[in-house]
Design a binder for this molecule. Structure first.
Ligand code: F6R
Length: 244
């Protein structure tokens, strides 16, 4: 894992946007996308560059990390809707290049298997963008999730529901279940970039620095990945560099 500290949220967004554009120029096709607040400035920066005519991501496929279970299709807080609005449509990426876990059918376990198969058919995720929960989750893999998991149905931790209540009208509206790529699925991506900004992420970043295989910290699994960058702003920065 490489830790990269940038001064501000804007500098993080610009750095990660540069990295995405560089990988696309090198032939990246499948971009794994997180939702939540952390990557939004990066997405806005990519859209700004698209509008300026300096980047073209129209050939890319977008693969979502996770999706809530129990929201009606098109709900404004659903992750599919969010990525559609903030990234896919503004970048002119065809709708059939947007891939999300299926959460509306009767058999979610079978749907999880289909999602895994789909990622394989796309050739795997080339670059996976991640955020990190304050409890160390990546995707919606909450603390204690085995690192061997693949796409699965999860029950969200109460703290995750509280943290995500800001995207809903009422805290009780936050679903209690979701489908997420598993930790092993995430580790299959050829390159991972985790974005963490703001003082609320400082504690978990400090834990990640010293995690050393801590199974209670899902993000610690990234130490087993061959190409992971953690990009943070000054407020989130841990006190000393991560061991690689
Ligand atoms: C979102 C996701 C989550 C978030 C995490 C941080 O698709 O999988 O792991 O990345 O909860 O959320 P923010 O960025 O809102 O602090």
């Amino acid at each position: 894992m490489h830790l990269l500290i940038r001064r501000s949220v804007e500098d993080v967004a610009s750095f990660v946007a540069d990295l995405v554009v560089d990988r696309v120029r090198q032939g990246l096709v499948v971009l794994g996308v997180a939702t939540g607040g952390s990557p939004l400035p990066t997405y806005a920066e990519l859209v700004r560059r698209h509008r300026a005519g300096t980047v073209d991501l129209r050939r890319c496929h977008l693969v979502l990390l996770d999706e809530y279970v129990g929201l009606p299709p098109g709900h404004p807080a659903s992750y599919r809707h969010t990525i559609d609005e903030v990234l896919r449509r503004p970048l002119g990426i065809p709708v059939d290049h947007l891939h999300t876990p299926e959460v509306h059918g009767p058999d979610l376990v079978a749907a999880c298997e289909r999602f895994e198969a789909l990622i394989g058919e796309l050739g795997g995720v080339g670059l996976q963008l991640l955020g990190i929960g304050r409890n160390g989750h990546i995707g919606f893999n909450e603390p204690g999730t085995p690192w061997t998991t693949r796409t699965h149905v999860v029950t969200l931790a109460p703290s995750t529901r509280r943290d995500n209540a800001r995207f809903f009208d009422h805290p009780d509206d936050v679903p209690s279940k979701a489908v997420t790529q598993g930790i092993a699925t995430i580790l299959d991506a050829r390159e991972v970039v985790l974005i963490a900004t703001g003082a609320t992420k400082a504690d978990v970043l400090r834990r990640l620095v010293t995690a050393d295989g801590d199974r209670d910290l899902p993000a610690a699994a990234l130490a087993e990945h061959r190409s992971t960058s953690i990009v943070v702003d000054a407020e989130a920065a841990p006190p000393r560099p991560l061991a690689s």
